[in-house]
Structures are given as C-alpha cells and as structure tokens.
Design a protein around this ligand. Structure first.
Ligand code: HEM
Length: 188
C-alpha cells in the first residue's frame, strides 16, 4: 500500500520509494519482493478493462490535459508541444494523444504479469530513464502525473472507485515511477 499519498495531496509531498518489487526481466524470480498483491493486480486490470476500447484514447488524453491543468509549465518539456507553439489546440494534437496512450498502456502493461510483480524490460527501463532525464523531468513531476492518473481513472470508472482501487493504482504507479527514477539517476 502506498504511504498516505492521495490524489488530493500536494504535488511534492512524497519521497521516492525504493523500487523493491520492480523486477528487471533478466533477474531470477526469487529476487522479487512481491508487494503488489494479486487482489491489487485484479483491481488495476478490472479498471483497465472497463476503460479499454473506443474511448481509451479519450481517457488517456484527458489524463494528459489534467497533467497540464495541474502543472501548465510541464508543457514546455514536451518537444512536440514546444515545436508547434500555440497553433495546434492541445486536444487535437496527434503526438500528444499518442504519447498519452503510451503512458497509459505502459502503466497497465506492467500489471499483466502473472506473478503480481511489476516487471519492466531492462531495455525499456533504460530508454525511459534516458528520455525523462533528457526532457528535464524531476521527482515532483511524477507526483503531478500520479495525481492526474488517479483523477482520470476515478472520473472514468466512478462506480468502481474505492480506497482499495486507488491503493492498487498508487502501488503500481509508485513502483513503476521508482524504477524509472532509478534509471534516471544512472542516466544523469
Ligand atoms: C510512470 C510514469 C511514466 C511513464 C510510464 C512514462 C512513459 C513515457 C514513454 C513511454 C515515453 C515515450 C518515449 C520513450 O519511450 O522513451 C515518455 C516520454 C516522455 N515523458 Fe514520460 N512517463 C512517465 C512519467 C513522466 C513524467 C512524470 C513526466 C513529466 C511531466 C513525463 C514527461 C515525458 C516527456 C517530456 C517525454 C518526451 C516527450 C517528447 O518530447 O517526445 N513522463 N514517457
């Protein structure tokens, strides 16, 4: 369970958790500390399945718009938004939409492992570390993205939302974010 952080918490209030349960695929299974329970995996997957399909891209886009609502300055980090200036409305930016979907899918894909551990391929993790260092992403941004993610899921599937559901997504996100942050340190 995540340490008291909620979608209402101030952005920079969390410290980075150690990526205890993040397992690089090459590691032997014994190295995994399974803090992400089967129940939590089920919760994340059930929300993901409910959001899947036609409106998924719209939900993912809402997620990104929410990030910029919380932190407008974050726009400057995205090369494709910088380059296009204010000419293209955010809503219809194809690259933004594609990116939003990728972040969402990446988050969800980590849950598809049978063991319940968050697993990320080493090459993917390395690439994500490098990309985010290059883009100037800082720890506090991860909190903004987390808040936006939780808000978006709550909006998308209000009937499924519960403290347990929230906790499961928080745990999944925290583990993935911790793994990316670790890679960012190495890449810096
Ligand atoms: C667990 C959290 C996150 C995941 C899974 C994630 C995922 C991704 C992915 C898949 C890419 C595409 C590039 C690549 O594959 O290397 C990317 C790029 C990027 N991400 Fe994230 N991201 C996360 C958190 C964040 C945060 C907190 C920020 C800061 C607001 C951020 C900002 C960016 C930027 C600026 C790019 C480069 C876009 C460009 O200019 O082309 N990401 N991210």
């Amino acid at each position: 369970m995540s340490s008291g952080s909620s979608s209402d918490a101030p952005a920079a209030s969390m410290t980075a958790a150690a990526p205890a349960a993040v397992v690089v695929e090459e590691d032997p299974p014994a190295a995994a500390a399974a803090t992400f329970s089967e129940e939590q995996e089920k919760l994340v997957l059930s929300a993901w399945n409910a959001m899947k399909g036609e409106p998924a891209a719209d939900i993912a886009l809402k997620f990104f718009l929410r990030i910029f609502e919380i932190a407008p300055a974050a726009k400057q980090m995205f090369s494709f938004l910088r380059d296009s200036g204010d000419d293209v409305p955010l809503e219809s930016h194809p690259k933004l939409k594609a990116h939003a979907v990728t972040v969402f899918a990446c988050e969800s894909a980590t849950q598809l492992r049978k063991t319940g551990d968050v697993k990320v391929r080493e090459a993917t993790l390395r690439r994500l570390g490098a990309t985010h260092v290059k883009a100037g992403v800082a720890d506090a941004h991860f909190e903004v993205v987390k808040t936006a993610l939780l808000d978006t899921i709550k909006d998308a599937v209000p009937e499924m939302w519960s403290p347990e559901m929230k906790g499961a997504w928080e745990e999944a996100y925290d583990q993935l974010a911790a793994a990316i942050k670790e890679e960012m340190k190495k890449a810096a």
